[in-house]
Design a protein around this ligand. Structure first.
Ligand SMILES: [Zn+2]
Length: 396
């Protein structure tokens, strides 16, 4: 055994053995722990916050169509969506991390990012523990409807008046081409029924594109076909919506890699369309925004309070409304972000108070009908709130 008697030979045995043991026991344990830290993430930022003021409605109805896993480039091949782009507001929004479905569905309705909602995976059955556009609508006495797969019901639970969600395994019993077409058609038919009761807020979700991209890839022919079919379903919806009183948005929860898949931070996964048309939407091509901006924008259109945990901006640039209304809502947004901001700082043990003076001056300007100044001051307050968080390396 001359080999083992030479001390410098030991590493040849010990290092591979250590690596093998690590591969067998250490790595899976670390992998599981890392995965659990994502899927079982408990947000420290929950807890009720006071609802801010509501405003005057810009549109009687807002309809949001979420096409699951719709890539921006492939969305540009959709004739009905392109028609909406030409007539309405066209922009790209960036989604948060992880770029998964349920986290995205939460951001769309709450305006709060994953680290605040705690909805950071698709493996949760829990309801969103934050304020949402559904709850804000309810506070104002508006009616709401939700159509799509059951996961949405789990998230929005008690906030929905007309719940038309169905078990995914029922809607999309087969995940072959025919099954996805049938599922998306069935959701659209349910949505058309729900629209007949004229709810003020309607969220409609089609799962077909996402399943197709997972199965065949994000640049595949079958994916393109399912997306084209989703576009024809969009045309059915559009025909049933009165754009003189309703604003219609089409967006996606996330995009897809060429080979299919999402969850990371690749631009093709992060950048999704937000196309709006109809009442209160000013046509144009707009700079990129964020997925968290959808909820406060919907709140402004419906005249509800801004969801209390919102982190987004109301996209006032694309809202067609009187200056007085826009200024009032900019001040509401500054107040909401400030109130949230104070609560969040309390969570991390920093009892600072926000600069209420700027908001007070914004309110004064609003009362004096100096709408430009009111928006300017509200914007300053909002920017100051965001800068504080950025200094701490936290998304704001
Ligand atoms: Zn997916």
């Amino acid at each position: 055994m001359a080999f083992f008697r030479k001390p410098h030979h030991w590493p040849i045995v010990v290092i591979p053995l250590t690596l093998l043991l690590w591969a067998r026991f250490g790595a899976p344990a670390l992998g599981q722990a890392s995965f659990d830290s994502l899927t079982e993430f408990d947000s420290p930022y929950l807890g009720a916050l006071p609802a801010g003021g509501s405003g005057e409605a810009v549109a009687r109805q807002v309809v949001i169509v979420v096409l699951d896993g719709l890539r921006l480039d492939v969305s540009q091949e959709m004739p009905t969506l392109n028609q909406m782009r030409a007539l309405g507001a066209d922009r790209v929004v960036q989604v948060g991390q992880p770029s998964l479905s349920k986290p995205g569905w939460t951001v769309i309705g709450a305006g709060a990012w994953q680290e605040q909602s705690g909805i950071a995976s698709n493996f949760t059955d829990e309801a969103i523990a934050l304020d949402t556009i559904f709850l804000a609508a309810k506070r104002k006495g508006l009616t709401t409807a939700l159509v799509g797969v059951h996961g949405w019901r789990q998230l929005y639970a008690g906030g929905v008046d007309n719940d038309q969600t169905v078990l995914q395994t029922t809607l999309y019993a087969d995940t072959d081409r025919e099954g996805l077409l049938t599922g998306d058609r069935a959701v659209t038919s349910l949505a058309l029924d729900a629209l007949k009761t004229k709810p003020n807020l309607v969220v409609i979700h089609l799962l077909g594109p996402d399943t197709a991209a997972h199965r065949w890839g994000g640049v595949s022919e079958p994916y393109r076909e399912i997306v084209q079919h989703a576009d024809s379903q969009l045309a059915r919806l559009l025909a049933a919506i009165d754009l003189n009183e309703a604003a219609l948005f089409v967006t996606a929860d996330h995009g897809h890699l060429d080979q299919g898949g999402h969850g990371g931070s690749e631009p093709v996964v992060l950048r999704v369309p937000l196309v709006g048309v109809g009442k209160g939407i000013k046509p144009g091509v707009y700079p990129d925004a964020y997925q968290a901006d959808i909820a406060p924008t919907v709140a402004v259109l419906l005249g509800t309070s801004i969801p209390a945990h919102n982190q987004g901006e109301a996209l006032l640039d694309q809202i067609d409304a009187p200056d007085a209304l826009k200024a009032a809502r900019a001040v509401d947004l500054a107040g909401q972000l400030g109130t949230r901001d104070e609560a969040m700082f309390r969570v991390i043990g920093d009892a600072r108070e926000i600069d209420r003076e700027t908001i007070r001056r914004a309110e004064e300007a609003l009362n004096a009908q100096n709408y430009g100044e009111a928006r300017e001051l509200a914007g300053q307050s909002t920017a100051a709130v965001r800068a504080q968080w950025r200094r701490r390396g936290v998304a704001a």
